[in-house]
Ligand binder design. Structure first.
Ligand code: ADP
Length: 268
């Protein structure tokens, strides 16, 4: 079974414009996605690329169950999302998808550990979960997720006491704590310098090696080269879908980058 199975996805935006003279309104239809087919299996690491206006955000919103297509079907982990009611749609979003944003979106007055625990509070309201209560407490699960991203020594730090790369690690731990069907990352390194970017890409590669499915929107071909597959959108259509050959190793590149930087510092 595919984690993601999208068929003939169309998303049209209807825009009303007022004609100034006759004051009649006129509708313009913007075709943001024009019948897109896209599937991903467990363990894939997919980049979504394409120029501005090609439909990447529209696709992200539908993949993330933040929006529904005008037509077409989207099954996530075998659950058909397009026909689901509002409650089921929100349930799928909260439980099946781990979001990672460019801006981290952490709560400022809340420690790393509490930030990661947050999705588990919503989960507890879920009756099904109350019945099959996991043996691990919320805190233990959040601690395990932070350990997985290498932040076991920073659990009690507030976001302002962490570097950008560390804040993004907390956000990744938060995205994973519910054990989602896939991680959806939107330009996750857009606010980070080269070293931190390589660190985060290395972390994604490690998580993917352990079986996590990841979909990442990026503008940068160098970052897409660390993933396993690249889909490219243009004018709302999927124009290419290729496997990455000679995939980069972000942690090896990070070590090299650190080495080069140490040499530069010595030169000063
Ligand atoms: P990208 O993320 O690749 O820049 P988008 O998905 O944001 O592309 O946009 C795809 C197309 O849909 C663009 O032509 C954009 O102007 C249009 N569009 C996006 N959102 C809306 C909206 N809410 N209303 C009308 N048109 C929109």
């Amino acid at each position: 079974m595919s984690v993601i199975e999208m068929k003939s996805i169309k998303r049209e935006y209807r825009m009303e414009t007022k004609k100034s003279r006759k004051k009649q309104s006129e509708a313009i239809i913007v075709r943001a996605l024009r019948g897109l087919d896209f599937s991903a299996e467990q363990g894939e690491f997919v980049s979504v690329m394409g120029p501005s206006g090609s439909g990447k955000s529209t696709l992200m919103n539908i993949l993330g169950c933040l929006d529904k297509p005008t037509s077409g079907t989207y099954a996530l982990d075998g659950i058909e999302t397009s026909s689901s009611n509002a409650n089921t749609f929100a349930f799928i979003r909260n439980r099946k998808i781990g979001f990672v944003f460019q801006s981290f979106n952490l709560l400022a007055r809340t420690t790393a550990l509490e930030n990661v625990e947050l999705p588990l509070f919503y989960r507890q309201k879920d009756k099904k979960d109350m019945k099959q209560k996991s043996n691990l407490s919320r805190k233990e699960r959040a601690m395990a997720a932070l350990k997985e991203v290498g932040l076991e020594n920073r659990m009690d730090h507030y976001p302002s006491q962490l570097s950008g790369g560390q804040q993004q690690r907390v956000a990744i731990a938060r995205a994973m704590v519910n054990d989602p069907a896939f991680i959806l990352a939107d330009e996750p390194t857009g606010n980070l310098d080269t070293g931190m970017t390589l660190e985060i890409m290395g972390l994604f590669q490690q998580l993917n090696d352990r079986g996590k499915t990841i979909v990442m929107v990026t503008h940068e071909p160098e970052l897409a080269a660390y993933t396993k597959r690249i889909i490219t959108l243009r004018d709302g259509s999927l124009v290419s879908d290729t496997l990455v050959e000679n995939r980069g190793n972000a942690l090896a590149d990070l070590a090299k980058w650190k080495n080069d930087h140490a040499l530069l510092a010595e030169d000063l």
